[in-house]
Design a protein around this ligand. Structure first.
Ligand code: ADP
Ligand code: MG
Length: 260
């Protein structure tokens, strides 16, 4: 089993959209996927069409020692959801030492769920919930929307991740991708260029473009594959999942084209 945390301290950059559609893309490829909502706002459930989410979710796993599988709900074939739960916000306010950041890691050490991928949808913050996700993750995926503030934020985030790596026994695989890309917008292209320059080893070749259908499907409680399976956005999320499964990043692509 591998764990993936979708993180970015900025809100509205496409974390939840990524968790939902990457998750479904992986499930449609035959992988068993569990999506975990680590944002106390609890948007993951309605995005998956679960409009009355159970009151118990990952909060019970982190605060009460419940097993992940006991709070998971099935939403699609091979795609389970662990909702946030009503008490998740309390994690952010826990007092104590370093163990507050290891609640999720410890839950997985107690009992691993029987899935191939566990995806954490993180809140837009840099608090304890995100720390828990990063310490329990094998991979972090960072969606970046095209503006200059997101570049400064990205540099800080990568530095923070490198510091956290010092606390870990195993390396953390970092993935960056453009999440609300507008090809005709100069700023979008410039941000992409800068990321290519500074983080080619982390940058995934697939960009997710800004597209109204992605906002619409979330409101309808459906994934892009259910809402508009033949759209460009659906194709992009299939391709993003392939980048991940095949370990494709820009630095390899550049090398390939250099060799060819
Ligand atoms: N590529 C995109 N094109 C258009 N709308 C998007 C795109 N990605 C996300 N959105 C919309 O933008 C809003 C914020 O996205 P969301 O995934 O919830 O971000 P986050 O989880 O980072 O706060 C949502 O309404 C979502 O539907
Ligand atoms: Mg979100």
């Amino acid at each position: 089993m591998q764990t993936i945390a979708v993180i970015n301290q900025k809100g509205g950059v496409g974390k939840t959209t990524t968790a939902v559609n990457m998750g479904h893309a992986l499930a449609m490829q035959g992988r068993r996927v569990m999506l975990v909502d680590l944002d106390p706002q609890g948007h993951l459930a309605p995005c998956l069409g679960v409009f009355r989410a159970p009151r118990e979710g990952i909060d019970q796993v982190m605060l009460q020692g419940a097993a992940l599988e006991s709070v998971a709900v099935s939403t699609r074939e091979l795609l389970q959801l662990v909702p946030a739960g009503a008490a998740l916000g309390e994690v952010e306010r826990l007092q104590g030492g370093a163990e507050r950041g290891q609640l999720l890691q410890r839950a997985l050490a107690r009992a691993l769920p029987d899935v191939d991928y566990l995806l954490f949808d993180c809140p837009p913050s840099a608090g304890l919930l995100v720390m828990n996700a990063v310490l329990a993750a094998d991979h972090v995926m960072i969606p970046v929307a095209g503006d200059y503030l997101s570049l400064t934020g990205l540099a800080n985030l990568v530095n923070t991740l490198r510091r956290i790596e010092g606390l870990r026994a195993t390396p953390l695989r970092k993935w960056i991708f453009m999440s609300r890309y507008v090809a005709r917008r100069r700023l979008s292209r410039e941000v992409l260029g800068k990321i290519m320059q500074h983080f080619p080893h982390y940058l995934m070749p697939t960009a997710i473009r800004e597209a109204a259908v992605l906002a619409e499907c979330a409101g309808a409680g459906r994934t892009i594959f259910e809402y508009r399976g033949k759209s460009k956005s659906a194709e992009e999320f299939r391709s993003l999942a392939d980048d991940f499964l095949q370990g494709r990043v820009m630095s390899d692509e550049q090398q390939t084209s250099h060799v060819a």
